[in-house]
Design a protein around this ligand. Sequence first.
Ligand code: ADP
Ligand code: ASP
Ligand code: MG
Length: 409
Amino acid sequence: MALVVQKFGGTSVGSIDRMRNVARRALRARAQGHDVVLIVSAMSGETNRLLGLAHEVTGVPDAREMDVIAATGEQVSAALVAMAVQAEGGQARSLLGHQVKILTDDAFTKARIRAIDGSMIRETLAEGKIAVVAGFQGVDAGGNITTLGRGGSDTSAVAVAAAINADVCEIYTDVDGVYTTDPNICSSARKISRISYEEMLELASLGAKVLQIRSVELAMKYGVAVHVRSSFSDVEGTWVVAEEKSLEDVVVAGVAYDKNDARVHVMGAPDQANVVADLFGAIADRNISVDMIIQSATTGPERAVTFTVPKSDLTRARPFIEEVAKRIGATEVRYDEDVVKVSIVGLGMRSHAGVAAKMFRLLANEGINIQAISTSEIKVSCLIHAKYTELAVRALHDGFGLANEAGGK
Ligand code: ADP
Ligand code: ASP
Ligand code: MG
């Protein structure tokens, strides 16, 4: 007998019929003698609808109230799925974030979990019931409802699995595992059977939304066995595991893309020591994270600085970027939202030279201009024009041999 956490994403609970499937799957696991905790997302499209309503009322909605609204999507799913289990003859109880006591910090709309009190889940299981936990939501120390950021139900699932010491955390979604790249934009993408936490963490942070980044961080920290699989079939999915020797043979394990950043170009700043410190200091003070940074080499008395910030922060960031640009003596600031960051990820990059050069060549062969580059030990990212997204992803994916069975070696 095992303790199993099963998380179902928006598409997997997208209709009453699909909720019945979720209930049947959970009851099958019960029939095999397992204790089952379900974590459910809002029905597909619901979170967007709710956030859209808030934006209809005001351009800059209050973050606390946003979370009160957004959390309702998962509340509805939890109750309906619990009822679906009951309708199939099983026993279930829904639990909201504050009932489980998923305690978070108070960073509304992007809260982080601090602690989980698993006792109410354990009591529910001890009564022979399936616990159906609303994903995405928590409660802060002041009793306010919080949410964990888009895709946060993955994080709820892994955190609950760690808190109750589950044997496995199954993430059921609309694809049957983690692929070498997004299967919805590249038809030669292949399912990966095992991937390391490190690679999954990079892929998630570089745009592969199949798992929320924070869920992978937690899985890695607490050693949670994560199995990403399809809610529409029983085929084996992808296991996210600790680093294994054989995984290091793969130079490039996957390709990711992210359209959520915008490029900011500050021109004509004087060539002085304080310029970048002042510019990025001001941005950091406003809690906006900067990703790629390029400072052009100076030949004359001026320099240009290019960097990327999340598109969602751009409206808020523009006034003070312009203010600090003026203060440091820059002549012009330009913005470009038509950009995408494409990235390659692989543990094998640590021991193989020339991977970045090959990436640049593959993009150049397609006539794609690179606007910015960033690298770390196991990834290389290039910022390019958004119109080339699919072309670039396919060129890199196939160019690094990921379409073949041998993949990336
Ligand atoms: P859920 O609603 O179940 O949480 P998401 O939409 O958040 O599902 O995540 C699944 C989606 O992630 C897939 O439909 C796919 O388009 C996308 N995706 C991006 N990169 C990858 C990848 N490397 N492997 C699998 N899916 C990916
Ligand atoms: N419903 C939330 C979202 O759409 C959380 C999730 O699905 O994981 O972002
Ligand atoms: Mg998701």
